[in-house]
Write a protein that binds this ligand. Structure first.
Ligand SMILES: Nc1ncnc2c1ncn2[C@@H]1O[C@H](COP(=O)(O)OP(=O)(O)OP(=O)(O)O)[C@@H](O)[C@H]1O
Ligand SMILES: [Mg+2]
Length: 370
């Protein structure tokens, strides 16, 4: 018994001593590792932590601004109507641009006219891209009518109400409405787009009459649409660039004097210097190579002009240059492959212009002049 009591006393003594040991133990700080071995995190001072936090904040701010910028960038690319990277601004074009931009800025419609392939559409697109407005391209054709431009009834919408809330009462109401689908001109006019009406004289004068009031009174009449309003007001930023071929071209209507009177007409013609610059820069060829191509197409063009016909345009020269460049065909009259390309591209023009020439004669003729 005495021994067990002694044991108990001994155990309580040990417990007490261990408690006092714990009490006397140094604070937790004493368990801290030596500064060199401690992780960097615990060394941060309050100031340092604040600095890090502010840095973190600034990076997240940057992220926010980056995110904010994305839609703007998208907006800019969206506004670009078409890729104009291959457009060459020759001296002549620069002169035309600086001459005609003020007319468009002042709100007057511009009309670029001239033979095929002189660069009317290319210049119209270039001019349109100068204004920070969406561009709408409209191609004239004899089948275009007022409905295409101002809109038409595109089906019906019907609404049916059946009221049987009170069992003894049955009420049915049905309404059918015409659904109007606005035409392309409506959108351009209401939103202030830059409209390029390409080859406008290929549409009938009756269709183009619509532009008389648009250009003069600044209103688009909505006749035939059964709309409550009889006209739409033209947006202040709405601009039009017309292009056309001369009236002697097939499929071209005579333009009414009243329409011509409302626009500023600029005539464009083939110019060797401009063509040379475009060929060189667009197809990345040497000046002497451009001259070889232009000499051949020039001879065919002259022969056609003698017969009062339109010969090959800049398009034909661009075709020859592009094919030769892409297929690595030397642009030289001594090269058979080059002569074959010229024959294939130009012979059809010779047949069309020079009476009595078959395609074989034409090919021989092109080979002779090459
Ligand atoms: N300044 C230029 N820079 C680069 N390419 C051009 C330039 N001008 C015209 N072209 C090119 O020349 C070709 C003919 O030009 P475009 O289609 O504009 O002629 P157009 O006068 O409108 O002819 P059409 O009366 O047949 O419609 C096109 O391939 C066009 O890309
Ligand atoms: Mg064109």
């Amino acid at each position: 018994m005495a021994s067990t009591e002694g044991k108990l006393q001994q155990q309580t003594k040990e417990k007490r001593s261990s408690k006092t040991e714990l009490k006397n133990k140094p604070a937790r700080t004493s368990r801290k590792k030596a500064p060199g071995t401690r992780p960097q995190k615990t060394l941060d001072t309050r100031a340092e932590r604040m600095r890090k936090r502010s840095e973190k904040g600034s990076t997240s701010e940057n992220k926010k601004t980056e995110q904010k910028q994305i839609p703007n960038q998208r907006k800019q690319t969206k506004r670009q109507p078409m890729d104009r990277s291959d457009f060459v601004e020759t001296d002549r074009i620069k002169e035309l641009v600086s001459r005609t931009t003020p007319y468009l800025q002042a709100g007057y419609p511009l009309h670029l006219t001239g033979p095929t392939g002189v660069g009317k559409t290319a210049l119209a697109l270039h001019l349109a891209s100068k204004f920070d407005r969406p561009v709408m391209l409209l191609h004239g054709n004899h089948e275009m009518n007022n409905e295409d431009l101002i809109g038409s009834i595109a089906g019906f919408t019907s609404e049916k109400v059946i009221d049987n809330f009170v069992r003894q009462v049955y009420k049915k109401q049905e309404e059918v409405k015409e659904k109007w689908h606005p035409g392309r001109l409506v959108e351009a006019i209401q939103k202030g787009y830059t409209l390029i009406y390409d080859e406008f004289s290929r549409s009938s004068p009756e269709t183009n009459n619509l532009f008389l009031s648009v250009l003069e009174e600044g209103v688009l009449p909505l006749y035939g649409t059964k709309q409550k309003q009889s006209f739409l007001k033209v947006h202040k930023d709405f601009r039009v660039i017309f292009t056309s071929n001369p009236e002697e071209y097939a499929g071209v209507f005579d333009t009414q004097d009243a329409l011509i009177d409302r626009m500023i007409t600029i005539e464009m013609n083939n110019e060797t210097q401009t063509e040379r610059e475009i060929l060189r820069n667009r197809c990345n060829i040497l000046a002497k190579e451009a001259d070889i191509i232009l000499k051949i197409t020039g001879k065919v063009r002259k022969a056609c002009e003698k017969e009062n016909k339109n010969g090959p345009s800049l398009r034909a020269s661009l075709m020859i240059a592009t094919i030769c460049k892409k297929s690595e065909i030397p642009i030289s009259t001594d090269n058979q492959q080059f002569t074959t390309v010229c024959k294939d591209i130009l012979a059809s023009h010779v047949v069309k212009c020079l009476d009595g020439k078959t395609i074989k004669d034409a090919e021989e003729w092109v080979e002779e002049i090459s």
